[in-house]
Design a protein around this ligand. Structure first.
Ligand SMILES: Nc1ncnc2c1ncn2[C@@H]1O[C@H](COP(=O)(O)OP(=O)(O)OP(=O)(O)O)[C@@H](O)[C@H]1O
Length: 293
């Protein structure tokens, strides 16, 4: 009977993994809101990897927001991504404690949050190139029909060689009508597009907005609206215009300033139609301002 059950069971049997035995866990590198992440080595090839184990209870709460939708898991999504500006996921599975886990390339570097906060010389010199790389990564996700939904400095790492990598795909969804329906307010408050906050229909342009907020912060160290921790405070300023970036940086190149401010438009139709268009503006400006780089 067991044999017949297994034969006709359509779900592939997933072998559970004891990550502590399978990998050599070296140090904890991050406490995300949804997971624990370890720097580890894979004894099968000695590769340095990041092992991300998702918190079961928190994941269950997140999944409740997608009830009735066929949302692929973070591991399923992340494993099909392949772009220099997107963290590579090597494998994924279920631990012996029934937690989802991902094994990723280990990215040694600084969080973009750190660079935004410190506004050090490295950040200032490379800002345009970081904005371009980030846009290329996001454009890759969009042309492959995904909506990231949580683009912000916390989810970006910059390597020692100044390569920008998007690292977190926990809220990413397919760009299909069912996932564009209004209602689901997941994301990070300060980076959420007005249509998402107001529970209107959404599309990939919510990511263009988050990208523009992120680039604004990368340039200035400030948010375009007063920082808001709660949805109530975000709702409060959703009707206020953003602070013009030139208030912080009067000498900022016009094309760069316009690229960012257009991405922050309240109405999605007034924003860049695609990430690629916004990136093209940055690229043109970069080539004009720094022809030798
Ligand atoms: N591939 C990686 N290489 C190196 N460090 C990583 C990698 N992936 C994640 N980290 C580290 O772990 C932290 C948490 O990761 P991540 O953002 O993916 O988790 P999360 O639980 O989804 O977090 P949150 O929802 O708060 O953004 C990151 O801020 C980073 O410091």
């Amino acid at each position: 009977m067991e044999f017949l059950k297994r034969l006709f069971n359509k779900e592939p049997r997933i072998e559970k993994v004891d990550v502590e035995k399978r990998f050599q866990l070296l140090t904890r590198v991050g406490q995300g809101s949804m997971s624990k992440v370890w720097k580890a080595t894979d004894p099968r090839n000695n590769d340095l990897v990041a092992v991300k184990v998702l918190d079961r209870a928190k994941l269950a709460r997140l999944q409740q927001r997608f009830v009735g939708l066929d949302k692929p898991s973070e591991g399923q999504i992340a494993s099909v991504l392949n772009h220099p500006n997107v963290a590579r996921t090597i494998s994924h599975g279920i631990t012996t404690n029934n937690e989802e886990f991902l094994v990723m390339e280990f990215i040694e570097g600084d969080s973009m949050s750190y660079l935004v906060e410190t506004q050090n010389a490295r950040m200032k010199e490379n800002c345009i190139w970081y904005c371009i790389q980030l846009g290329e990564g996001l454009n890759y996700l969009h042309t492959n029909d995904w909506i990231h939904r949580d683009l912000c400095p916390r989810n970006i790492v910059v390597t020692k060689d100044d390569l920008v990598k998007i690292i977190d795909f926990g809220l990413m969804v397919p760009n299909t009508p069912e996932f564009r329906r209004p209602g689901n307010r997941t994301g990070t408050a300060n980076y959420m597009a007005p249509e998402l906050i107001l529970r209107q229909p959404t599309d990939q342009r919510i990511d263009i907005f988050s990208y523009a907020v992120t680039c604004y912060e990368m340039y200035t160290g400030e948010l375009p609206w007063p920082a808001a921790d709660t949805m109530e405070s975000v709702l409060h300023h959703v009707n206020q215009p953003p602070e013009d970036i030139r208030q912080y940086l009067p000498d900022l190149d016009e094309q760069i300033a316009n690229a960012i401010m257009t991405g922050l438009e309240k109405k999605p139709d007034d924003r860049w139609r695609t990430v690629q268009r916004m990136v093209n503006e940055f690229r043109e400006a970069g080539d004009r301002l720094y022809p030798d780089q």
